[in-house]
Ligand binder design. Structure first.
Ligand SMILES: C[S@@+](CC[C@H](N)C(=O)[O-])C[C@H]1O[C@@H](n2cnc3c(N)ncnc32)[C@H](O)[C@@H]1O
Length: 245
C-alpha cells in the first residue's frame, strides 16, 4: 500500500519533471491541448466510447484525455499503455490526485504487442503524445499499421509529437531548438540535463528515428487513412490527425 510520504514524493517528482519538459518545449502544453481538443467524442452508436492512449509516461496527456472524455458520456473507457511499470505508477498517482474517480485502464505492455492482441475496429480514437518519435522507424511503421487495424471505420488517430520538415528547414529548426535548450537550462545550472536533451534531440532527427511530415502523411494515406492533417507545426513539432477510411 502507498504511504502519504510516497504520494508526496511522487507529486513533487512529477511537478519537477513537468516543469523541465515545459522549459525544454514551451509548446508542449499547446500541442497537447490542440491534440485533445480536436478529438470528437460523439460516437453516435450504442457501445460506450473507447479511447486508447499509447505511451502513458507521467500521465500528463492522460489527465487531459480523461478530463475531455467526460464529454463522451456514460461508460466511456480510456485505456493507456506503457512498457514501464514505473511510469504507469506515476501516472496513476497523478490521475488519482487530479481527478479522483475516473475510468482509466492501465496496461503495462509493449505498444506493438498490445495492439496486435486487440480486436480489429475496437477503438474510436487512438491518441498519443511525444512517444512515437522514440520508436525506431520499422517498429513505428508496424505500430501505425496496427493503429489503423484497431480503429473502427471513421475512427481517429491523433499524435502530438516531433514531425520534422525536411532538407535545410529540418536543420535550421534543430539549431533553434538546441539554442533554446541552452537558454533554458544554462541559467539554472542544469548542464547535465542540457547535455542529455541535446543528445536526445539530435538522435530524434537521425535517420533511425526521424518522422518527416511528408513521408508520414503519404504512408498513412497508403495505409488507408484519409483526411491526414498536420496542424500547429512549430519548428520540429506538430499535431497529426487522421481518420480511418
Ligand atoms: C516521452 S514519454 C511521453 C509521455 C506522455 N505521452 C507525455 O506526452 O508526456 C514516452 C513513454 O513511452 C513509453 N514507451 C517507450 N517505448 C514503449 C513501447 N515500446 N511500448 C509502450 N510504451 C513505450 C515510455 O516508457 C514513456 O513512458
Amino acid at each position: 500500500m502507498k504511504t502519504k510520504k510516497a504520494d508526496h514524493r511522487f507529486t513533487e517528482d512529477i511537478a519537477r519533471e513537468y516543469e523541465m519538459i515545459t522549459l525544454a518545449y514551451p509548446d508542449f502544453e499547446a500541442l497537447q491541448r490542440t491534440m485533445v481538443e480536436g478529438i470528437d467524442f460523439s460516437r453516435g452508436q450504442e457501445q460506450p466510447f473507447r479511447l486508447l492512449e499509447i505511451g502513458t509516461g507521467d500521465g500528463f496527456t492522460t489527465v487531459k484525455l480523461a478530463r475531455a472524455m467526460e464529454r463522451a458520456g456514460d461508460g466511456a473507457v480510456l485505456t493507456t499503455v506503457d512498457i514501464s511499470a514505473e511510469m504507469l505508477a506515476k501516472a496513476r498517482d497523478l490521475l488519482e490526485g487530479a481527478l479522483g474517480e475516473h475510468h482509466v485502464q492501465y496496461r503495462q505492455m509493449d505498444a506493438l504487442a498490445f495492439l496486435q492482441d486487440e480486436p480489429e475496429g475496437h477503438f474510436d480514437v487512438v491518441a498519443t503524445s511525444f512517444t512515437l518519435h522514440n520508436f525506431e522507424r520499422t517498429y513505428r511503421e508496424s505500430v501505425e499499421q496496427q493503429i489503423h487495424r484497431v480503429l473502427r471505420p471513421g475512427g481517429v488517430y491523433t499524435n502530438a509529437d516531433k514531425y520534422a520538415p525536411s532538407g535545410q528547414e529540418q536543420f535550421d529548426a534543430l539549431a533553434l531548438h538546441i539554442d533554446h535548450f541552452f537558454a533554458a537550462f544554462l541559467p539554472q545550472g542544469k548542464t547535465e540535463l542540457l547535455r542529455k536533451w541535446v543528445i536526445h534531440n539530435i538522435s530524434d532527427q537521425s535517420p533511425r528515428h526521424v518522422m518527416f511530415v511528408d513521408e508520414t502523411v503519404s504512408r498513412l494515406e497508403k495505409l488507408g487513412f484519409r483526411e491526414v492533417r498536420i496542424e500547429q507545426q512549430t519548428g520540429l513539432q506538430a499535431v497529426l490527425r487522421a481518420r480511418k477510411g
